[in-house]
Design a protein around this ligand. Structure first.
Ligand SMILES: C[S@@+](CC[C@H](N)C(=O)[O-])C[C@H]1O[C@@H](n2cnc3c(N)ncnc32)[C@H](O)[C@@H]1O
Length: 255
């Protein structure tokens, strides 16, 4: 079945990134994502003293972990309205955390944040940005950190394999929610991810939604050079494809 086929309902052209995915993200991906967040945070979070910044906060999975790990301001940068809606709904039920979590409704490169955090975080986000936007985002991340601040950054993919993996399978009111993601190379330096979400009732497919994302392949060497240019020196590594960077005291983040 191709990525654009749809079962039930009418065909809708979606122009807003994550408009489809936001509905299913936590149900099908939160457990896996939180396992990564907790493992990385146990190792790298340390004891920030200024603030915490999550670039590409999505539905707020990591934001909530950080807000519970410290008493500092947490800046959640999330430009997609649908993902932000989940994050805000999460915050609506937590009046204890609300005073400290500031939500920024734009890309990090549009915000002009300066020195708001000594711990930064950017998972599963850089691969979606083309070269100029990525370099501006890295410069903005550096500017948002105080000198000496540390950030955990997931690299963009360096290669596109062309494979398919299953998402979780979750029972909800007798229905089964599940899906898969197919990745395929696009030209020499691109990748396309096709997410298919399915709802199955009594063995019958009752709903299927798809969303496609285009990504950009970047070698580790090129990404390291971009980090350094932004004033972010690699100081550690982790999986999956994570580089830990420190903002240099004399950071020059101008393009
Ligand atoms: C694949 S989601 C990952 C969300 C979250 N980091 C996670 O791992 O669960 C990538 C997120 O980055 C956001 N994003 C895209 N471009 C961005 C930018 N320039 N600045 C900040 N966030 C961005 C998207 O809207 C999306 O919610």
């Amino acid at each position: 079945m191709g990525c654009h086929e749809r079962v039930g309902g009418t065909e809708i052209t979606v122009n807003q990134p994550y408009a489809v995915t936001a509905e299913f993200y936590d149900l099908l991906q939160a457990d896996g994502q939180l396992a990564v967040v907790d493992r990385l945070a146990d190792r790298w979070f340390g004891r920030p003293r200024v603030g915490v910044l999550d670039v590409g906060a999505g539905t707020g999975l990591a934001v909530f972990r950080f807000a519970q790990r410290c008493e500092l301001p947490v800046h959640a940068v999330e430009p997609a309205a649908s993902m932000r809606a989940v994050l805000l709904s999460r915050l609506a039920t937590r009046p204890d955390l609300r005073p400290r979590v500031r939500v920024h409704a734009a890309g990090v490169q549009e915000l002009g944040l300066r020195g708001v955090a000594d711990f930064g975080w950017c998972l599963n986000t850089m691969g979606g940005l083309g070269g100029p936007a990525r370099r501006r985002a890295l410069a903005a991340l550096a500017e948002a950190l105080v000198p000496g601040g540390v950030a955990v950054v997931q690299r963009p993919p360096a290669t596109a394999r062309g494979d398919r993996r299953s998402l979780a399978r979750v029972e909800l009111g007798g229905d089964v929610y599940t899906g898969d993601v197919t990745s395929m190379p696009v030209g020499a330096a691109g990748v396309r991810w096709c997410f298919r979400y399915r709802v199955v009732r009594d063995g019958e497919l009752v709903r299927q939604e798809t969303e496609t994302f285009d990504g950009h392949l970047v070698s580790a060497e090129l990404f390291d050079a971009e980090l350094l240019r932004a004033g972010l020196a690699p100081v550690g590594a982790d999986s999956p494809d994570v580089v830990v960077v420190r903002r240099s005291p004399a950071s020059d983040t101008r393009e």
